[in-house]
Design a protein around this ligand. Structure first.
Ligand SMILES: *Cc1c(COP(=O)(O)O)cnc(C)c1O
Length: 360
C-alpha cells in the first residue's frame, strides 16, 4: 500500500512545547473565558498583523457571522462566487442576501469592475475573499464602497503571513476575518479571529462574541458564544514562531512543482503585484473539467488526493437564488489544489507531476 498523500497535512508543534503550555494552564485551572493564554495570543497576533483590535474566536465561520452582525449589515451583500461555502453561508445565516459579482480570471478574486452593476438601494456591504491568500484589488473595491457608502469585509481565511503593499493583508477593510482551522497555514486546531481598526466596531464585536455581557449581570447587546479556549490558544502560541520556517519549505515545494509541471495545457492563478505571498495553496487550472477528472482519477489510483477547492461555484448552492457568474463557474469546474505541506518530499512531488503530465 502506497503512502497516503492528501491535499494538506496538519503541522503540529513539538509536543514538549505544548505540554509545557498545558502545565501552566493546569496550574492556573483557568481554561476558557478570556484567560491569559488567549490574551497573549491576541496580543502577539495584533502585533504581528499591525492592527488595533483582534478578537480570537471559535472558528473562521463564527468570525464572519459576528463581523456581519457587528457591522449591522442588512439586505444585500455583494460577495464572491469563488470561495469556501462559509463566505456565503455566513451571509445567509445572518438573514442577508448574497449577490454575486463575478471574479477576475487571473487573481480569482472578486472583480471590482463587476461591482457597480450589482449595487442596489438594498446593498449594505461587499464581502470579498482573498482567494488562496492572493490579495483582492483592495483599492478598487474600497473606491466603489466609499462612493456608495458600503462596508467592506474581507474573508482573509487564507491570508496569514501575506503582505500586500508592505503591510499585512489583515489590515485592509472595515473588518477582516481569518480562520485558524487545522487545514490552514497557521492554526489553533479550531479557531479564528475578527480584526478591525475601528473602535466602535471593536466594542460591538467584543460584546457580541461573549453573549452581550458588559458586566456579569448586564447585557448591552444581542450576543452569541464566539469564544475560544486556552487549550486552543496554546497551540497558536506554539505555532507562531514556526510559520516563517514552514513558509520557506512551502516555497521550495512551489518551485519544484513550477519547474516539473508541463504548463502547455495548464495555468496557475496570478498573484497580485506588490504581494509577499504565503504559499498556502497550490491551485492548478486545467483546460477543461474532463482533463481535471482524468488527472484526479489517476492520482487517486496512487493514493494521492488533491482537492477540488473551491468547487462548486457558490452560485450553485441550493439556498441562494440562481445567479450568473460565468468566470467563477468555469474556474470552479477546472481548478484543483495539489498536495502541499512541508513534509512532502521531492520524490513524491515528481511522482505527482509525472501523473499530471502523463494525463493531460
Ligand atoms: C476555512 C475557511 C473558512 C471557514 O473557517 P473555519 O475556521 O473552518 O470555520 C471561511 N472562508 C474561507 C475562504 C475558508 O477557507
Amino acid at each position: 500500500m502506497q503512502e497516503l498523500i492528501n491535499v494538506t497535512r496538519t503541522h503540529l508543534p513539538p509536543l514538549e512545547e505544548y505540554v509545557a503550555r498545558l502545565e501552566e494552564i493546569w496550574s492556573r485551572n483557568w481554561v476558557t473565558n478570556y484567560g491569559p493564554v488567549v490574551q497573549e495570543l491576541e496580543e502577539k497576533l495584533k502585533q504581528y498583523f499591525g492592527v488595533k483590535h483582534l478578537f480570537y474566536v471559535g472558528n473562521g465561520t463564527i468570525a464572519l457571522q459576528i463581523a456581519i452582525k457587528a457591522a449591522g449589515l442588512k439586505d444585500e451583500i455583494i460577495t464572491t462566487p469563488f470561495s469556501y461555502v462559509a463566505t456565503t453561508s455566513a451571509i445567509v445565516w445572518e438573514n442577508c442576501i448574497p449577490v454575486y459579482a463575478d471574479i477576475e480570471a487571473n487573481s480569482l478574486c472578486i472583480d471590482p469592475a463587476k461591482l457597480r452593476s450589482k449595487i442596489s438601494a438594498r446593498t449594505s456591504a461587499i464581502l470579498a475573499t482573498h482567494v488562496y491568500g492572493n490579495p483582492c484589488d483592495t483599492h478598487a473595491i474600497e473606491k466603489v464602497a466609499k462612493e456608495h457608502n458600503l462596508k467592506v469585509i474581507y474573508d482573509a481565511a487564507h491570508s496569514y503571513g501575506v503582505e500586500y503593499e508592505g503591510k499585512s493583508l489583515l489590515q485592509y477593510g472595515d473588518i477582516s476575518t481569518i480562520s485558524f482551522h487545522a487545514t490552514k497555514l497557521f492554526h489553533t486546531i479550531e479557531g479564528g479571529a475578527i480584526i478591525t481598526n475601528d473602535d466602535a466596531l471593536a466594542e460591538k464585536i467584543s460584546l457580541m462574541m461573549n453573549f452581550g455581557h458588559s458586566a456579569p449581570t448586564q447585557f448591552d447587546e444581542l450576543g452569541i458564544n464566539g469564544k475560544n479556549s486556552e487549550i486552543h490558544a496554546a497551540i497558536g502560541l506554539c505555532m507562531m514562531d514556526r510559520i516563517p520556517m514552514l513558509i520557506e519549505k512551502r516555497k521550495l515545494i512551489f518551485a519544484i512543482y513550477d519547474s516539473i509541471i508541463n504548463w502547455e495545457q495548464l495555468r496557475k492563478p496570478v498573484i497580485r503585484e506588490n504581494t509577499l505571498y504565503n504559499y498556502s495553496y497550490y491551485p492548478v487550472i486545467f483546460k477543461d473539467e474532463q482533463s481535471l477528472l482524468k488527472v484526479q482519477e489517476a492520482l487517486g489510483a496512487e493514493n494521492i488526493f488533491p482537492r477540488r477547492y473551491f468547487y462548486p461555484s457558490l452560485t450553485k448552492l441550493p439556498y441562494v437564488t440562481e445567479q450568473q457568474a460565468p468566470v467563477a463557474e468555469d474556474i470552479a469546474n477546472r481548478v484543483l489544489c495539489l498536495p502541499l505541506y512541508p513534509e512532502l518530499d521531492r520524490e513524491n512531488i515528481s511522482r505527482i507531476c509525472r501523473i499530471i503530465n502523463n494525463n493531460c
